[in-house]
Design a binder for this molecule. Structure first.
Ligand code: NI
Length: 162
């Protein structure tokens, strides 16, 4: 495994759309393993392929209990709304309130190409929506309702960049 370089906002690749994954091979496994190492080292709770310079619809999320590898993820159901503070590893030290669905169901493929679904709420729902936005070249900044001063960010929250 290897830590990859996390691209930041000034890199225009973050604005490009990622392509669907069609090959579930060693190259993909290497990417996923490297992304996990990179995310945990940052530290963060989510990371999309484009953030390490790969325009593939792959993302990983771990809000502290379980690593999920979300390939070709699509939100297929939403319920309610929540407004939470978000940060992004590609937009360092910037935090803001974003409105997201309170609950989501995301359909995706795992690393073996098997179709899966995850039902999520709270931070996991936020993280999944944030990552799927990365697939489209959308940054959380585009959706911020209100920016939060770094000193007003709760302890621990700074480790929850997505
Ligand atoms: Ni992000």
């Amino acid at each position: 495994m290897a830590i990859r370089n996390i691209r930041t906002e000034e890199d225009q690749i973050l604005r490009r759309k990622s392509r669907e994954v069609t090959k579930f091979d060693k190259r993909l496994f290497q990417l996923l393993d490297d992304m996990a190492e990179t995310m945990y080292a940052a530290p963060g709770v989510g990371l999309a392929g484009v953030q390490v310079g790969t325009l593939k619809r792959v993302a990983i999320v771990d809000i502290g209990d379980n690593l999920i590898e979300v390939i070709n993820g699509v939100v297929i159901k939403t319920e309610g709304t929540q407004v939470e503070i978000e940060g992004c590893l590609s937009v360092p030290d910037v935090y803001g309130k974003v409105e997201r669905p309170e609950k989501v169901v995301v359909s995706y493929l795992d690393r073996d190409g098997i179709q899966k679904e995850v039902s999520a709420e709270g931070l996991l729902a936020v993280a999944l929506c944030h990552e799927i936005d990365h697939f489209e070249g959308i940054l959380f900044r585009d959706k911020v309702i209100e920016y939060i001063n770094l000193e007003d960010v709760e302890e621990g929250q700074e480790n929850q960049q997505i």
